[in-house]
Design a protein around this ligand. Sequence first.
Ligand code: SF4
Length: 375
Amino acid sequence: MKADKKKVFIRSFGCQMNVRDSEIIQGILQKNGYSVCENDQNAEIIIFNTCSVRKQAEDRVWSLIGSYKGSKIIGLVGCMAQNYKDKAFLRDEDVSFVVGPQDIHKLPEILARIQPKGLLERKIWEVDNLNRPEEIYHTGFYQNPNHAYVVISEGCSNFCSYCVVPYVRGPLRHRQKEKILNEIEAAISQGITSFTLLGQNVNSYLDDGFNFTELLKEVNALKGLKKLGFFTSHPKDAGIATFKAIRDLEKLDKTLHLPLQSGSDRVLKLMNRGYNSKEYVALIENYRKIVKDGSLTTDIIVGFPTETDKEFKETCDLIKKIGFNAAYIFKYSPRPQTEAAKMVDSVERQEKEKRHKYVLDLQRKISNKLKKENK
Ligand code: SF4
């Protein structure tokens, strides 16, 4: 252990996938002799592990980068890095390196080219890799001593029209089943007992004919594992087999997160979601028939381009009809490269706010009612 370890602070934004990526970054850096600080005060290098799914999250990152006023070496990493590429240097000249989600394994080498006082190289960017090396998942570092996120697939090929993920994280790729099981078994041997399997669309997991339900069964059977969950399901791929697994596997969480996004068939089509409201309702009916003690959560986007009052009402009606235990409600914002960004963002900001507040209130009432009924 050298006394002059470089100190790095990682600021993480976005989804569970990014939480896991920040752990991976920390694990890799620690293995390569870096000290990862609890806060930014003593750090020479600040890594922003970023999210591009919503504009608001991006704006916050730029504002935080600006707040350092050049006092630190700043790295933009993750989805925003992939999105902006070398344009990030024009957006803020204090950004020194830009590293996409598929290139995070190169961080030790990139940091080695940078010195705390003055840069050996002023601007470095790495955004071209397509596949992550498997080793990055095996550093053994997890923030939580009791729980681990385990990535089962990377990227997404669904191209929902509002979503930037396929552009910044690339096409859907699956990790090999054996490697996933090895990672979980190693984590169990270090005392972790609770796991969440992660992917943008876990239901489409496939490794050499071995599917998601089969993976769930094998993971559930691991000795020492006590709790298991997964995130995120897609209504066009989730089905009876997964629901039966939720019912039958004793360690598996009985909550299903199934993003609805809209209750209007026209809007769902514009979103390129691959299902309509009738199909979604049929899916939920099956889920409830099979998983009697299950609960249900969802995602909703309000103010999608051209969404009318009537279509918004259809979303509200469906939320009432289904009765989700919880919902994450988002205001639409255009994301670069996406199909929806080519449409006119026709719903005014105030109207989006109004619809957002309305659904939040509606969902709060439904959640409270279900809690009281102890459903
Ligand atoms: S399924 Fe759709 S919303 Fe989810 S990551 Fe893929 S493109 Fe984005």
